[in-house]
Design a protein around this ligand. Structure first.
Ligand SMILES: Cc1cc2nc3c(=O)[nH]c(=O)nc-3n(C[C@H](O)[C@H](O)[C@H](O)COP(=O)(O)O)c2cc1C
Length: 371
């Protein structure tokens, strides 16, 4: 098994992040480690897998004890500091002695001090089995690690609450530009304030609500400017992708793009959406695939953050009536890609963008200028 491939695959196993600390002689040692697990409850035991080449591993062997400092949300910098070799890993870090006298990172989410009872060799690493001598935990959210990046933990329940809050806003349960107090949202969704706050934070990054200095969270109105900017941004990304990718797009990629186009086209029958949300998902899946042809994850990610689906749901979702012109313009875009004809593809993309902007303008006009 190729090591890079293994690292990529195993990066999908999300974990918490800790700093393992110990002392040996007069020196303090610390290193970031995610291969740390609770092992048994009775007796209470932990294990930590440390690379033999790292000074901290040698120090744990020498001292026979280690502390697990569980990092909290927002301590990514600290994790980086303890993952880089340095003569003074602890610079600028608040530390206090634990029950065993080990250096504990004062701002960590939890501390667990262990005495090593057994060492097992596994490849380049040693597994240090530790008997837990003291354990304390504070309040807060943990730092997480997934596919090489730090992130946050979210309860599935919070995601579900966010989904319901999003539905409320998209279904226009609150008029545009009205305040959306935290307590109101919490009461309406029958959840606690923390879950409602999480939902508001996510809605804010979706652009569906915004923070107003005087009124708190406010339903962000969808107006012509927002719609034009969103569709123009999508066009700019797609034109860039066509310039970057059209030369080397493969037949398999064209087949997949066509397949996605057909799925979408089947959901717009005559001049009506047969399944609006299905159409929206299929439309997004096709355009996202087109963007992915540039092979640049940053670009695909940027495309995802444009909030296209939000704008489309809030505008096109108002009425089942639409037009085959949308499918035809996108058909010309896809055909241009399939025939490696950049002018035709570009014309299709521009035409589709103009049609979308015009249609949103009509819908907004018949709804008093904004939604
Ligand atoms: C998120 C993260 C998790 C890590 N987990 C481990 C681990 O479980 N075991 C390990 O030996 N190294 C792990 N490392 C790498 C060490 O932190 C890194 O090799 C560190 O530089 C070792 O300390 P040193 O500076 O004393 O050599 C991890 C690094 C990061 C960023």
């Amino acid at each position: 098994m190729d090591a890079a491939h293994f690292r990529h695959v195993v990066g999908h196993l999300a974990s918490g992040v800790t700093v393992i600390t110990t002392d040996a002689g007069d020196l303090r040692y610390g290193m970031t480690a995610s291969s740390v697990t609770s092992l048994s409850a009775d007796p209470p035991m932990m294990l930590a897998c440390l690379n033999n080449a790292v000074p901290t591993a040698e120090a744990v062997t020498a001292s026979g004890r280690y502390a697990v400092n569980v990092l909290g949300d927002g301590q990514g910098e600290l994790a980086r500091q303890f993952a880089s070799p340095s003569p003074d890993k602890f610079r600028g870090v608040a530390v206090h002695p634990g029950t065993l006298g080990l250096p504990l990172l004062s701002d960590a989410l939890a501390h667990i001090e262990c005495e090593v009872v057994e060492r097992v060799t596994g490849g380049t690493h040693t597994i240090f089995l530790g008997h837990v001598r003291s354990a304390t935990a504070g309040n807060g959210q943990p730092l997480t690690y997934f596919r090489g990046g730090f992130g946050r933990f979210a309860f599935a329940k919070d995601d579900e609450v966010y989904g319901r809050a999003r539905e409320l806003v998209l279904s226009r349960a609150y008029p545009a530009d009205t305040a959306l107090p935290l307590e109101d949202l919490a009461a309406r969704l029958e959840v606690d304030d923390a879950a409602a706050f999480y939902a508001l934070t996510r809605l804010s990054s979706d652009g569906l609500v915004r923070r107003d200095a005087d009124r708190g969270y406010v339903i962000a109105p969808l107006d012509v400017r927002t719609s034009d900017e969103t569709f123009d941004a999508r066009l700019a990304v797609e034109l860039g992708v066509l310039a970057l990718a059209l030369d080397h797009v493969t037949d398999d990629e064209v087949a997949e793009l066509n397949r996605r186009f057909d799925t979408m086209a089947a959901l717009l029958v005559g001049e009506r959406f047969v399944d609006f949300h299905g159409y929206l998902d299929a439309n997004y899946a096709m355009h996202e695939y087109l963007v992915s042809l540039a092979g640049n994850p940053l670009l695909t990610n940027t495309f995802g953050r444009l909030g296209i689906k939000n704008v489309m749901t809030r505008s096109f979702g108002v009425t089942p009536e639409t037009s085959q012109k949308f499918v035809e313009a996108q058909g010309r875009l896809v055909h241009g890609v399939a025939t490696r004809n950049p002018d035709a593809a570009r014309r299709g993309a521009v035409e589709y963008c103009e049609l979308a902007k015009e249609r949103v303008r009509e819908i907004l006009t018949s709804n008093g200028g904004r939604i």
